[in-house]
Design a protein. Sequence first.
Length: 332
Amino acid sequence: MYLYKLFHFYFRLPVLIRLLLTVSILMLSFGIIIHVIEPEHFPSIFDGIWWAFVTGSTVGYGDFVPLSSLGKIIGILLILTGGGLVTFYMATVSSTTIKREEAIKRGDTVFKGKHHIIFIGWNERARQLLAMLEELNKKEHVVLIDRTLKQLPQQAGDCHFVRGDPTSDDILAKANIQEAAYAVITADPAKQESHADQTSILTTLALRGNNPKVYIITEILTKEQLSNAKRAGADTVIRSNDFMSTLFFHEIFRASAVQPFEMLLKILAKQQFSLTDVSDELAEQTFLQISNSLISAEYLLIGIVKQHEIMINPSYDTIVTKEDKLLLLEPM
């Protein structure tokens, strides 16, 4: 019964572990046998094991050589059994490594990291976002899920690729959705806007169902689906069409030579918006006084949130209370 359990456990081990264990036991056995047969030429068991590994791997240094007929027979058996087994082991290691690399490229492997970012959909927005993370030296683990790619694009860098439908629980499990910190859902440019939004909402539902705590950022193209995206569980909804329409309007009717699109790109590439509470030291001061206080710390005060109303660049003599929020631009 005990022997049966041992064999059952052995054959349940991964192939590489079984081979390594078999090679190790075989070499240890031959090393002990040769030490017992010729103790004068193999003074210690370690010397016998060393000879067994060197001979079995066909390296053959010649520092230890059996001289008796029985010792030479043991050497022949070692070469016939150990040599073939070691060669098979090395071939298996090489084959497994190649298969593993191919599986990673095809998106068939499971991501086991934690606190990572999941990108849904491979497009120019995802590519630029990855480039920004690399440029700003953000050491974040990124997992890309896409159903159309056959292998990981070279532009994706070292992110982990999972190929499949992002609404599938199995695919999300491969991306380790349970341990993810953020998920970014980009609209599919190959679909009509309404269909792309429906797919984004379904993906949001699948993500939220698998991880109630993950922070989900969803891109929506049509206004009609904004509320549905929020109901599906999106923490932030990016309205890319509204944003681009506003930029087009400013480009057409701008009154100066300043290009708002280029300026926004440069600002957002180096700084980020933040919303902070008003400290006791800053409370009951004017907008101008607080702005001057924050400049020395490289924070640019651009507005306040008063009674849930966003006020951009309010009057300088506006009194900021403890209940308000400060809208800042700060370095990334």
